[in-house]
Design a protein around this ligand. Structure first.
Ligand SMILES: [Zn+2]
Length: 464
């Protein structure tokens, strides 16, 4: 009785019980002071360029990832992944002149997965809808038309709400006989820059050319349609080529005591082709590689194995994550926790947890070192990441550094996703928080209980 009371008191006095606070201090201080993750991000984007799956840039990123992780002394391997290959080509569009008003060019960019237009392009009348339900109500009346998906995205959380207009809208319009689709960019700001992203047509389904238009152009089309019929012309040179072989990069920091227990830490190497993907997901790759470097040089390795995975093809297929999960076979149950970094380079706000009973209470004891970073709080956000969805059936607990994403969708998937938008100081704080949490997951005497099984539909998704 006396002993257990004393123990309870000791645990209270030392909220991060079981972990050495001096390690927290060392990891966080170095991540913040050295700005190592920002340095890695700079070198990644400048050395590889845009990194769409199947492109030379993606292959340069694979080589870069292997070299960086090997330089930290990890056991690194390349795991083959068959990836889709989509190339953009030239693209242009215009609103045709009508009595009383001039024509004007449209700022547009093809959606990943779109077929090209026939030579000479497509010209047709526009029809505006703001939801898939409204499209279904229009029925066969959209036949021979270009469907314009408009919406009211205003804040980051709207990305989920309106995302299906991009991912599913063109396929649904194709089923009704539309000849093309234009989707208002999923964005929270615009300097007339369209934001791409993947659109999905089912296997063997009819495919129509589909492009994103800048917010300014969506506003223009909406105004013109209020006055009368609008005809548009578009010409897209994009093509879907045969699949190619690429790679996930996987590196293990073998655990000193329980090497069979794996903490997976991931980000995705691929990016869209319009920019160097500094935030999506160069930032995540840099956070992972820097965490590997800092953890590998600790005097004692963490108790469990930390597995760093740089996934290929998150953006337009999720093939890297699906291949990784499939390759694990019966070993998938050895994953005791996972973290994914695919939320940009914003400052850390707190920590989210998806685990079974008692999991959040364990993570809460790791938070005191994060207070100085502004992130020492548990947040109710859903912990996850597209590349972790194939692990969901194995009920792997997920911990996430919740980051400031308030400006993320200003530039997401657009030509503006470049290094200059990254605040090195804020990003370095996220690097410190990330590295400490990875260490805590790998070193804590306790593992997190597994969360309940997800509903079957939750184990899919692509193109965060
Ligand atoms: Zn991403």
């Amino acid at each position: 009785m006396w002993f257990s009371a004393l123990l309870a008191l000791a645990l209270q006095a030392s909220p991060d019980a079981g972990l050495d606070p001096s390690v927290a201090k060392a990891l966080i201080t170095e991540a913040v002071d050295s700005r190592g993750a920002y340095g890695l991000l700079t070198r990644l984007v400048d050395a590889t360029g845009p990194r769409l799956s199947g492109s030379p840039g993606a292959e340069r990123a694979v080589t870069w990832g292997v070299e960086q992780l090997q330089a930290s002394g990890l056991e690194v391997r390349k795991e083959p992944v068959r990836v889709p290959v989509w190339v953009r080509g030239t693209e242009r569009g215009e609103v045709l002149a009508a009595p009383g008003r001039p024509g004007s060019p449209l700022a547009l960019t093809a959606l990943g997965g779109s077929p090209g237009t026939p030579p000479g392009g497509i010209e047709a009348e526009l029809v505006e809808v703001s939801s898939l339900a409204e499209l279904r109500d229009r029925g066969a009346s959209v036949k021979g038309r270009v469907v314009f998906f408009n919406h009211a995205m205003a804040v980051p959380a709207d990305y989920r709400r309106f995302g299906e207009l991009r991912t599913k809208g063109p396929a649904e319009a194709a089923k009704l006989g539309a000849v093309a689709a234009l989707v208002r960019s999923l964005a929270t700001a615009s300097f007339r820059s369209p934001h791409t992203g993947s659109t999905q047509f089912g296997e063997g389904a009819r495919r129509i050319p589909a492009a994103a238009i800048a917010l300014e152009d969506a506003e223009l089309l909406h105004r013109l349609l209020a006055k009368g019929p609008v005809r548009v012309r578009l010409e897209l040179g994009c093509q879907n080529l045969p699949d190619a072989t690429s790679f996930d990069v996987v590196a293990d920091l073998r655990g000193r005591e329980r090497p069979e227990e794996v903490v997976l830490v991931g980000a995705h190497l691929d990016s869209w082709d319009l920019a160097t993907g500094a935030q999506d997901d160069g930032a995540g790759v840099a956070l992972v590689v820097e965490a590997a470097r800092l953890l590998a040089k600790l005097p004692a390795r963490p108790r469990r194995t930390v597995r760093f995975v740089l996934f290929m093809n998150e953006e337009n297929g999720l093939r890297g994550a699906k291949t990784y999960a499939a390759d694990q076979g019966g070993d998938i149950g050895r994953h005791v926790a996972a973290m994914e970094f695919d939320s940009g380079a914003g400052r850390p706000l707190g920590v989210a947890v998806k685990a079974g009973p008692g999991g959040a209470a364990i993570v809460e004891r790791w938070l005191p070192p994060l207070v100085s970073l502004g992130a020492g709080v548990l947040l109710p956000d859903e912990a996850g990441g597209a590349d972790l969805t194939p692990l969901a059936p194995a009920r792997v607990p997920v911990v996430q550094v919740v980051q400031d994403m308030s400006r993320y969708f200003d530039i997401h998937h657009s030509a503006a996703d470049t290094l200059d938008k990254v605040d090195a100081e804020a990003f370095s704080r996220t690097s410190g928080a990330a590295t400490w949490l990875i260490y805590a997951l790998a070193e804590s005497p306790e593992v997190l209980a597994r969360p309940p099984a997800p509903p079957p539909a939750a184990a899919s998704g692509t193109g965060r």
